[in-house]
Ligand binder design. Structure first.
Ligand SMILES: Cc1cc2nc3c(=O)[nH]c(=O)nc-3n(C[C@H](O)[C@H](O)[C@H](O)COP(=O)(O)OP(=O)(O)OC[C@H]3O[C@@H](n4cnc5c(N)ncnc54)[C@H](O)[C@@H]3O)c2cc1C
Ligand SMILES: NC(=O)c1ccc[n+]([C@@H]2O[C@H](COP(=O)([O-])OP(=O)(O)OC[C@H]3O[C@@H](n4cnc5c(N)ncnc54)[C@H](OP(=O)(O)O)[C@@H]3O)[C@@H](O)[C@H]2O)c1
Length: 432
């Protein structure tokens, strides 16, 4: 008899877990992938920047996993809302939690709750057309914007703000969002790093793209581009080299300007009813710790986007460490018959591929734990969901949503697909 496994979350971690189960126990496992949204692929669909089409094409690989015999996609099913942990343990031999890191981290400075102070998670969800964020969430009416953080998400956000909307026309950005990007009043973008260029988290390939923007001059202050490269990796040396080459550039008079700043930390967001400015303090490292120097600078920005990392949220009934915002585990094992993979397991770092080896480790643990166990009698998830009035979005429904997005792109004369906005539009497109 087959082992029945539920995977909660259909991002890279969830889908790679399904693939690892199929590969490590061929013919001996049946997998249901439960997903709160009607659409699979997690951050590949609602995180990876729309203009990074080659990375987005990883969805083509993930699709083949969901199409394997023995794998089922059940969209519109949320753990904690539609089903609980006890329900799943009654229906399956094992459950693997792969719900990622859905919310933002905060800076913990005064003014952070003023209108106009926003999380990159929200902004990314907006331009990616995530159903949790409506199209009218953002109006880019301020000429100056600060993006706090120098990681790859900050680079994505800055690039989307800096590009001319025309450059995004062939991407899958929802039409309503594209119209708002086209009406953007943004002229200057300040990207703020609280340490030096040698400490920035962005990767070289992503950084270089900023220097190739057709619509924006990129500026670095020579004095802020100085770096201590003792023991630095090739990646760090490459970053610093690129930043120093920008410090030597003369602006070409492009419509927008990107100022990449280092050794500046945000200390307060100023404004009466909404963001009017961001106060920064120059920093230095003292015994490896960032310290303020007492030298301040105020940027006249109308929007502050904090891109300072993501955070997982606890799942009801599942152990959670508030200290690390992850589910405590040993090589993926949480408790008897419960497992974890992806960002929920190790925190919000690493590229898509990192989740593949991570998922494979969890699956090895799971299969070794369950080897030789007597199968337990299963309750039927489909019947349970039906009794609660929950009717899952099937993989075929998802294909209908995809087809509707391709048809919309053709109608609008845009690229391969244009995302439908909102749950209602997606459910409508698949006849639900
Ligand atoms: C903005 C952004 C851009 C990125 N761009 C790149 C890139 O260009 N290249 C790259 O290699 N990496 C990129 N990454 C990193 C990459 O996206 C992550 O490594 C990867 O998505 C993590 O996979 P995951 O499955 O753990 O989480 P996720 O991808 O977040 O998937 C989690 C899934 O679980 C679902 N879910 C959540 N809660 C529940 C629940 N209660 N019940 C059911 N389902 C639930 C969610 O809807 C989601 O579909 C990016 C990350 C971010 C944040
Ligand atoms: N194209 C891609 O491959 C791609 C695209 C997007 C995301 N990703 C991956 O997804 C993961 C998450 O990316 P991320 O950018 O969200 O996180 P990240 O790489 O951890 O970067 C977070 C940034 O925020 C800064 N920061 C944190 N707290 C701060 C505070 N209170 N004040 C000021 N700055 C603060 C950090 O600075 P300190 O270093 O000083 O803490 C760092 O510069 C990463 O692994 C990333 O590589 C990859």
């Amino acid at each position: 008899m087959s082992l029945k496994v539920a995977i909660v979350g259909s991002g890279p971690a969830g889908v790679y877990t399904a693939e690892a189960l199929m590969k490590q126990a061929p013919g001996a496992v049946e997998v249901d992938v439960l997903e709160r949204l009607p659409t699979p692929y997690g951050l590949v669909r609602y995180g990876v920047a729309p203009d990074h089409t080659s990375i987005k094409s990883i969805a083509g690989y993930l699709r083949r996993v969901l199409e394997l015999p023995g794998v089922r996609f059940l969209g519109g099913v949320e753990l904690g809302r539609d089903v609980g942990v006890t329900d799943l343990l009654g229906c399956y031999d094992a459950v693997v939690y792969c719900t990622g890191a859905m919310v933002d981290r905060r800076m913990g400075i005064p003014g952070e709750d003023l209108p106009g102070s926003v999380a990159a998670t929200d902004f990314v969800n907006w331009y990616c057309g995530h159903p949790d964020v409506p199209a009218d969430r953002f109006t880019l009416e301020s000429p100056e914007v600060a993006v706090v953080g120098v990681g790859n998400v900050a680079v994505d956000v800055v690039r989307v703000l800096a590009k001319d909307a025309q450059e995004l026309r062939t991407t899958d950005v929802p039409e309503e969002v594209l119209a708002r990007l086209a009406a953007s009043q943004v002229k200057a973008i300040h990207m703020i790093g609280r340490r030096g260029p040698e400490h920035a988290k962005f990767t070289l390939k992503e950084l270089r793209e900023l220097g190739e923007l057709a619509n924006a001059d990129v500026c670095v202050r020579p004095e802020e581009s100085v770096a201590d490269l003792t023991g630095a990796s090739r990646q760090t040396r490459g970053n610093v080299e690129v930043l120093q080459s920008w410090a030597a550039r003369t602006p070409a008079g492009r419509p927008r300007r990107l100022d990449v700043r280092f050794w500046m930390r945000p200390v307060e967001i100023l404004g009466e009813d909404r963001v009017e400015a961001l106060r920064l303090e120059r920093t230095r490292l003292v015994e490896g710790r960032v310290e303020g120097t007492g030298e301040f600078e105020t940027l006249p920005v109308g929007m502050v986007l904090r891109s300072v990392g993501y955070r997982s949220v606890p799942l009801p009934g599942v152990p959670f460490s508030e200290a690390t915002s992850t589910v405590p585990n040993e090589a993926g094992r949480v408790r008897d018959r419960e497992y974890v993979a992806g960002w929920l397991k190790r925190g919000p770092t690493g590229v898509i591929g990192t989740n593949k080896s991570d998922a494979a480790e969890t699956v090895r643990t799971l299969l070794s734990d369950l080897a030789g166990r007597e199968p337990v009698p299963h309750d039927d998830l489909d019947a349970l969901l039906a009794s609660r009035g929950v009717s899952p979005v099937t993989y075929d429904h998802w294909l209908s949503i995809e087809a509707a997005e391709a048809a919309l792109a053709r109608t609008l004369g845009r690229g391969e697909r244009v995302k439908l906005l909102g749950l209602a539009a997606m459910l409508d497109a698949c006849g639900r």
